[in-house]
Design a protein around this ligand. Structure first.
Ligand code: GCU
Length: 674
């Protein structure tokens, strides 16, 4: 399939130069490649910036970009801030000798580049730049995307075609898409990209592959994006020829040290390693009775002299659980394993925690582990690629769900501790932390669907500033991608905002998770696929009741992993919020929700409502015909038509299933009449 868009210009960095020409000169103060990139970008958008800053065609405007120090030397009269945080920037607009001067000062060259993109964003948003003087800095240092690309060019859970990085066991000859991707990432402040699948990672540490990966690092470096690698903890044995990979074995420790030195000889600014171990068949320290801290620290010690970090994933669980054991619970695993290790990780280890305790479902409770690690750096992992959320064939703007997690107050130590502050390192005073988004982009328009790019955009914006509203982010994306026509902006922003609730309604509500084909494609309705197997994504629906009892008193005890205030709330079905009810409790279909409906009637109503909402998305889109780029219009039109149909399939599958199982009719008489 031909890519509908494969340049960053066709994502959200577009629509430049639409203004009448204004005489604006752009100057980078230093020779650094990032500053040069910043100047190139500003050049493209110069006229827009000049106009928004009040310059007219009679007057010249000058745009200068550099580091704080360079600005101070070149323009002693400018009132610059004394200091800027790493990756941060200052933007100022003033009249100098009768002409407009727009100045961008970065803490370093990366900050300068981010400042340039921010200025362009403001101009695209038609913000008034005349009296601008603002300083910005990122909320958290780790702002990475993960790609689950395999060396053969396939992409695990990728829904946009083949890899932009690899093919046939090698790095691709043409890395233009990789540098365009880095440009896109830089435009929203993302500073790291872990390029290979967490499964099948061993081959990436082979000497030949490292040389090839160095080319990827070269392509991304001018955009301030550092490359990271997923590594296999059994590498000393798999590719190193050792008899063991026991992380405390001196030979193994020596092997990692030498290997890491070799890696940095090829890629001197590698960001670090990502590790999936003891999980879904991946080898790990448990084989030797060692802990994740033992494994993480060996890597961390080898990486430390080079300035690299280890992102050790907390996604560790047993996927051969006994379905008949009412106490078995996959949701408990991350906390049970990692909480006892708090304080045992090296300073350059970051434990990477999925946002919920299961696996990127439509809606899950927030992982209790965020509150369970006070002496350990943490990052939140979320998914940009829509594995369980319609695989880019459905429109789902996920940012509202991420925002719900970021704002969620876990009440650790009985005080206000929203997740966004924990992962930023503020709550427990940690030096490192951040957000990691699994993007799994491909050659087909990055994410396959034009509007799905709003998720990549939102991820970067939230990692930079989690206090932004998701409406504002949706609007920013829409204006930059589709133009400033108020009708278009209003319609698309509203569609994005409606899309996750709609998907939630026609798939799995009340904390039941996605109700999809859990053991296979993770696509389409398959309610029974969750049950009778060891994967632990159970909903335990039977003739009387639905949900999993995770209370301490009678269930798996998972509710007890939360700090006291939440543990009390989730312990009792009567105080558990409706949207998570069946995640925590096995409740009869006749149970009255806090909103007054019975559980069964809510299942019926929400699915009819969700299917209608999905159909409405398609109708709203149709009002945009002729008002936006026709290629994007057509791509989305066919997807939204399909989505409306598939939402009916979802609705009917789930409604019929619960009707048969419960024997309780729909009080509105819809279900069962075909
Ligand atoms: C999900 C996904 C896998 C992936 C895993 C992970 O289970 O389906 O493909 O490997 O998450 O996050 O490691």
């Amino acid at each position: 399939e031909v890519a509908w868009a494969q340049t960053a210009d066709q994502a959200w960095i577009r629509g430049r130069g639409a203004h009448d020409p204004v005489d604006a000169r752009v100057r980078a103060l230093g020779p650094d490649p990032l500053e040069q990139r910043a100047a190139d970008e500003l050049e493209r958008g110069a006229s827009g910036i000049a106009l928004a800053s009040g310059a007219d065609s009679q007057k010249k405007a000058q745009i200068v970009v550099g580091t704080l120090e360079e600005l101070r030397n070149a323009y002693p009269a400018l009132r610059l801030p004394d200091h800027l945080v790493a990756d941060g920037f200052w933007l100022g607009s003033s009249i100098q000798q009768g002409n407009r001067l727009i100045a961008i000062a970065g803490s370093d060259s990366r900050g300068a580049l981010y400042g340039a993109f921010d200025l362009l964003r403001s101009a695209a948003m038609h913000r008034d730049l005349r009296s601008m003087s603002l300083a910005e800095s990122p909320a958290m240092p780790i702002r990475w995307v993960d790609e689950w690309d395999n060396a053969d060019g396939s992409v695990e859970r990728g829904y946009a075609g083949r890899s932009i990085f690899f093919d046939g066991g090698h790095v691709r000859a043409d890395l233009k898409p990789v540098s365009e991707y880095a440009r896109l990432l830089a435009s929203v402040g993302i500073n790291g990209c872990n390029i290979n699948n967490v499964n099948n990672a061993a081959v990436f540490l082979e000497p030949q592959m490292l040389k090839e990966v160095a080319r990827i690092a070269d392509a991304m470096r001018p955009w301030g994006v550092r490359v990271g690698l997923s590594v296999d903890i059994a590498s000393p044995q798999k590719i190193g020829g050792l008899k063991t990979y026991d992380p405390v074995d001196p030979e193994v420790i020596g092997w990692w040290k030498r290997k890491v030195d070799e890696v940095y000889a090829a890629i001197p600014d590698l960001a670090g390693f990502t590790v999936k171990a003891d999980s879904e068949g991946q080898p790990g320290p448990a084989s030797y009775g060692r802990t994740p801290a033992d494994a993480a620290n060996v890597l961390a010690n080898a990486l430390a002299p080079h300035g690299g970090v280890v992102l050790y994933r907390a996604f560790v669980y047993n996927h051969h659980l006994d379905w008949n054991d009412a106490k078995a619970d996959r949701a408990r695993a991350a906390y049970d394993i990692f909480h006892p290790l708090d304080g045992k990780f090296a300073p350059n280890v970051i434990v990477q925690v999925k946002e919920g305790p299961i696996d990127f479902q439509t809606q899950e409770p927030v992982s209790p582990l965020f509150a369970g690690l006070e002496k350990t750096n943490q990052a939140m992992e979320l998914q940009i690629t829509q594995e369980y959320l319609g695989q880019q064939r459905h429109l789902v703007y996920i940012a509202p769900m991420w925002k719900w997690v970021l704002d969620f107050d876990l009440r650790a130590q009985n005080r206000t501790t929203p997740v966004k502050e924990i992962i930023a390192g503020k709550t427990f005073d940690r030096p490192l932390g951040g957000m990691v988004g699994v993007a799994s982009v491909g050659q087909n328009g990055w994410l396959g669907s034009p509007l799905a790019l709003a998720n990549l955009y939102a991820f970067g914006r939230l990692a930079w500033e989690p206090n932004l509203t998701v409406e504002q982010i949706a609007e920013e994306w829409t204006r930059q991608t589709l133009g400033n026509d108020p009708e278009v902006v209003r319609t698309v922003t509203a569609m994005l905002m409606q899309s996750w609730p709609a998907y939630l309604h026609y798939t799995g509500p009340l904390g039941m998770q996605t109700l999809t084909d859990i053991t296979g494609s993770h696509y389409g309705p398959n309610i029974e696929a969750s049950e009778n197997n060891g994967w632990g994504q159970w909903h335990r629906a039977d003739h009387e009741a639905v949900g999993m009892d995770r209370s301490v008193a009678t269930g798996t005890g998972y509710a007890g992993q939360y700090p006291p205030e939440l543990a009390r709330k989730y312990e009792d079905a009567k105080t558990t919020p409706d949207e998570l009810l069946t995640f925590f409790h096995h409740v009869p279909y006749t149970w009255k929700l806090l909103d007054g409906k019975t559980v069964i009637q809510y299942i019926y109503d929400s699915h009819y409502q969700g299917a209608e909402e999905a159909a409405r998305l398609g109708q709203e889109w149709k009002t945009l015909e002729g008002k936006i780029d026709p290629q994007i219009y057509n791509e989305m039109h066919k997807r939204l038509e399909y989505q409306a149909g598939h939402a009916f399939v979802w609705r009917d599958a789930i409604v019929q299933y619960f009707l048969k199982l419960s024997g309780i009719p729909d009080e509105k008489g819809r279900a069962g009449h075909y």
